[in-house]
Design a protein around this ligand. Structure first.
Ligand code: C2E
Ligand code: MG
Ligand code: MG
Ligand code: MG
Length: 287
């Protein structure tokens, strides 16, 4: 009986695996079609300069308006896209669309910075990098909308020497582009590599913010040392995932330059964000 049950369990497991594979294939098919049919859209989340309290840039975050399942967050479809070239198609679409949507604001302001996330494939595949460079050149060579590229710490650490070379190429093609390390502190970066990478900004991972102000002082100690490190290397520091006023005051006190999070604004469509910005680029609900 035990043997039979084991066998059944195996059969069940096997069946669920094929179901999973079939679902993934179906989702991939829907995503390809969705991209062609214009179902991707962008939400923008402002980044606030902690000294002036003004919006100093935005991050573009992709969403998928699925015809039956509603608005899907990147966690629902980017991991699948990242298994193939599909992610590059998405990231190129994001770069072009983000610039287009930012243009009116950039014209009004003179200039404004947009941060866009890159994936490992964008950076490490030389064919994709050539394509990426041509998209960057077409869209960000004229000023107005200034570009920041966010790359996660773990992506950069996959192949640091290649990352250094590719980032230098990007910086050569787009003068004034800034490079940010996203989710900093969540991976394992060597401080020696950090010195060699042409990085302008460190975005402290949300997990440290979540742990701030509790009993355990270690999150605060880590943020302090990240800031000191950034200062010594000439980088700016952004605190991600700020949800409350007390978190905003804490990271400001610790010396962060900029902050981003639900306390200031959720990621929202551009129209909505523009409606909340006054002439001085201050958010109507911010402190
Ligand atoms: P990320 O680049 O670290 O973006 C920050 C994520 O944290 C976003 O999730 C944002 O909505 C969320 N967030 C912002 N403020 C808060 C807060 O106060 N509290 C909490 N709990 N969360 C906050 P989202 O939009 O679901 O994006 C998840 C990740 O997907 C992004 O993390 C980024 O790595 C990736 N991603 C998003 N758009 C793109 C894209 O166009 N291309 C690529 N390659 N990756 C993207
Ligand atoms: Mg990011
Ligand atoms: Mg992040
Ligand atoms: Mg992230």
């Amino acid at each position: 009986a035990a043997k039979a049950a084991g066998k059944n369990r195996f059969a069940f497991y096997d069946q669920s695996m094929t179901d999973h594979a079939r679902n993934m294939l179906h989702l991939r098919h829907e995503l390809v079609q969705g991209i062609q049919e214009g179902q991707l859209l962008l939400h923008f989340q402002p980044r606030v300069d902690l000294r002036s309290r003004r919006v100093c840039g935005m991050e573009a975050l992709v969403r998928w308006q699925h015809p039956e399942r509603g608005l899907l967050m990147p966690g629902m479809f980017l991991p699948l896209a990242e298994r193939s070239d599909l992610i590059c198609l998405i990231d190129h679409w994001v770069l072009e669309t983000a610039r287009k949507e930012m243009l009116p604001l950039a014209e009004f302001m003179g200039s404004i910075r947009i941060a866009v996330n890159l994936s490992a494939r964008d950076l490490y595949d030389s064919e994709h990098l050539d394509h990426l460079l041509s998209i960057l050149k077409q869209n960000f060579s004229h000023g107005g909308v200034l570009l920041e590229l966010e790359i996660t710490e773990s992506t950069l650490m996959q192949d640091v020497d290649a990352a250094i070379a590719q980032l230098h190429r990007i910086k050569q093609v787009i003068p004034g582009v800034r490079i940010a390390i996203d989710d900093f502190g969540s991976g394992y970066s060597s401080l020696n590599y950090l010195r060699r990478l042409p990085i302008d900004i460190l975005k402290i991972d949300q997990s440290f913010i979540r742990d701030l102000g509790g009993e355990n002082p270690s999150a605060e100690a880590i943020i302090r040392s990240i800031i000191e490190l950034a200062r010594n290397l000439g980088m700016r520091v952004v605190a991600e995932g700020i949800e409350t006023e007390s978190e905003a005051l804490l990271v400001q006190g610790l010396g962060c330059d900029e902050a981003q999070g639900y306390f200031y604004s959720q990621p929202v469509p551009m129209d909505e964000l523009i409606g909340r910005l006054d002439r001085n680029l201050t958010l109507s609900q911010a402190i």
